[in-house]
Design a protein around this ligand. Structure first.
Ligand SMILES: NC(=O)c1ccc[n+]([C@@H]2O[C@H](COP(=O)([O-])OP(=O)(O)OC[C@H]3O[C@@H](n4cnc5c(N)ncnc54)[C@H](OP(=O)(O)O)[C@@H]3O)[C@@H](O)[C@H]2O)c1
Length: 288
């Protein structure tokens, strides 16, 4: 275990405490999140290192692989440490070409929750996000039917807490009118800041905002102004991007993905970077 606390401290999802520095497991599957990883032992080693370094929040989905990532998590870490929280998502499946078609009919969601329980080897899922939208991002429309299906599964004791993903601000509010949510997982990073208002609103409600693609996703962030700030701080641009997110709002939880233990350690160290008011002001100009 790491003897010093992870950058950012902790956050509470409902009644579950997690480190704000978490881990996104999507990149552990094969290319474009399909099939097994090229380096299976390496993927298992990353997951063990995540826990050894004191991270208590792993983000996953049975659609990664599909099933591959959840099975790796189970193989590497089951029986799970008491403190570990695994957050999964349902609402999309995979097609043979690697697409992510929606699967939000009540029977799709019931099946997906049971499949996640089975592949992760759990009796109850800590947090389940309802994934909305499509490859272009959030799409308008009511989430009532699929969200109510998850609420029903929660009442049955299969899910502790609910969240939504790839959601519009209106869908977040609609979900909250139906049942409490503990997190929203949307795309957001230093240069892509569509959700600024939503993050501030959720912070006031003690609801976590969990940005996906915190490092830019499949093409890590590159920006000349970001490189300039990073060079001045003698840090990497990705460290600055993570440190900026932790600074942006206390309800932001990090789930950067990596298939490398070296990158995992580098990202933890990098997120601890302190940013001055001048750095923040310069970085704030990069958002759109
Ligand atoms: N809700 C949704 O719809 C949704 C969508 C996408 C993702 N997610 C979640 O969000 C998590 C994070 O997203 P992500 O993993 O796609 O993107 P990301 O965290 O923005 O970036 C991951 C990429 O950055 C690279 N990387 C990480 N650390 C690095 C370092 N120190 N130096 C150089 N490269 C580095 C990784 O490559 P290496 O493997 O080589 O380190 C990987 O290619 C996912 O794991 C998943 O759990 C959710």
């Amino acid at each position: 275990m790491l003897s010093t606390p992870l950058p950012g401290g902790t956050w509470t999802l409902g009644d579950l405490t997690v480190t704000r520095f978490g881990y996104g497991a999507m990149q552990l599957a094969g290319p474009w999140v399909m099939g097994p990883p090229a380096d299976r032992d390496g993927a298992l080693a990353v997951l063990r290192e995540v826990v050894d370094l004191g991270i208590t929040h792993i983000d996953t989905s049975d659609a990664y692989g599909p099933r591959v990532t959840n099975q790796l998590i189970r193989e590497a870490l089951h029986p799970y440490p008491e403190s570990l929280r695994i957050v999964t998502k349902v609402g999309a499946t995979r097609d043979p070409r690697g697409g992510w078609p929606p699967a939000r009919e009540p029977e799709d969601l019931r099946r997906a929750v049971h499949e996640n329980l089975e592949s992760l080897g759990l009796d109850v899922l800590d947090v389940v996000n309802l994934r909305l939208g499509n490859a272009e991002g959030p799409q308008p429309g009511s989430l009532a039917e699929p969200f109510e299906t998850l609420v029903e599964l929660q009442r049955q004791g299969l899910i502790r807490h609910l969240g939504v993903s790839t959601a519009t601000a209106e869908q977040v509010a609609e979900a909250q009118a139906i049942a409490p949510i503990v997190c929203v997982q949307n795309m957001y990073n230093l240069v892509y800041r569509q959700d600024d208002e939503l993050i501030d609103r959720l912070a006031g409600q003690d609801v976590a905002y969990v940005p996906y693609f915190p490092l830019g996703g499949f093409s890590p962030l590159q920006h000349s102004a970001l490189s300039t700030v990073a060079a001045r701080l003698d840090a990497t641009p990705l460290s600055v991007a993570l440190a900026w997110l932790l600074h942006r709002s206390p309800n932001i939880l990090l789930i950067p993905g990596t298939s490398s233990t070296a990158h995992l350690r580098e990202n933890i160290a990098g997120a601890d970077l302190s940013l001055s008011e001048e750095d923040i002001a310069e970085l704030d100009k990069l958002g759109h």
